[in-house]
Write a protein that binds this ligand. Structure first.
Ligand SMILES: Nc1ncnc2c1ncn2[C@@H]1O[C@H](COP(=O)(O)OP(=O)(O)O)[C@@H](O)[C@H]1O
Ligand SMILES: [Mg+2]
Length: 216
């Protein structure tokens, strides 16, 4: 139909135009929509900061599946996204917001890794099955969750989930998304080299600057 037209309450947003049956997205219009929707979701102080525009632009290329520019900026549209950056720079908000520009695809639930670990502590291995073997998820705050423990048995829950997601990715191209405030080395230390090398296949790494401002 018209996936570039989004209806919000009293306002309609056209994120681009259709030319020869292809949507030509207009980045300024996407940003205008993100500013509007961000205020709805996160409060009136939300805005896309100028200093984040390039990062937002690259992420949008992924979401709107602009294959040509994805290639130009080193983004593989067939992998998921790992958005990293310091605490408070806006990672979680952005991952919740960006999926709104393409509601009919790239859909995923944003879920804190802590919550998955706690769920594992109560329910055990079915939790890993649940997050590892279907759907698309954005695992929020990867790497700082505690280890799981179910009936006395320790488990690196998110490490196991990521291994399962890697199988899922290889088998049927299901994408995985995540946010983290750890760097690649720290993630390697947390999950081990086996998971680390699979993460490289699962994710495009997109990073806020390490001295990016805290938005809280
Ligand atoms: N672009 C933004 N404009 C205004 N406030 C923001 C923006 N991004 C995030 N915030 C606010 O800053 C706080 C931290 O954002 P969050 O997305 O949780 O950061 P992170 O996940 O990187 O720690 C939240 O209260 C959020 O509403
Ligand atoms: Mg966060």
């Amino acid at each position: 139909m018209h996936p570039h037209i989004i209806h919000e309450k009293e306002t309609m947003f056209e994120l681009g135009t259709i030319e020869n049956n292809v949507i030509q997205y207009d980045f300024d219009k996407i940003v205008a929509y993100l500013n509007y929707k961000g205020k709805l979701l996160f409060g009136k102080d939300f805005k896309i900061y100028d200093e984040d525009l390039f990062l937002v632009y690259k992420l949008c290329l992924f979401y709107i599946r602009d294959y040509k520019n994805c290639e130009k900026y080193g983004i593989d549209p067939y992998k998921g996204i790992l958005l990293s950056g310091p605490v408070g720079c806006g990672k979680t908000s952005l991952m919740k917001l960006l999926k709104c520009i393409t509601p009919e695809h790239n859909s995923y639930q944003v879920i804190p890794c802590r919550q998955i670990t706690f769920q594992f502590n109560g329910k055990g291995y079915p939790t890993i099955e649940m997050y590892g073997s279907s759907n698309s998820y954005c695992f929020d705050d990867l790497g700082v969750e505690p280890d799981g423990k179910h009936f006395g048995q320790d488990c690196n829950v998110m490490g196991e989930v990521l291994l399962s997601r890697h199988d899922l990715f290889i088998q049927n191209k299901r994408l995985t998304y995540a946010t983290t405030n750890l760097n690649a080395n720290e993630l390697g230390e947390r999950y081990g080299t086996r998971v680390r090398s699979r993460m490289r296949q699962l994710f495009n790494l997109v990073a806020f600057d390490k001295d990016c401002r805290d938005k809280r």
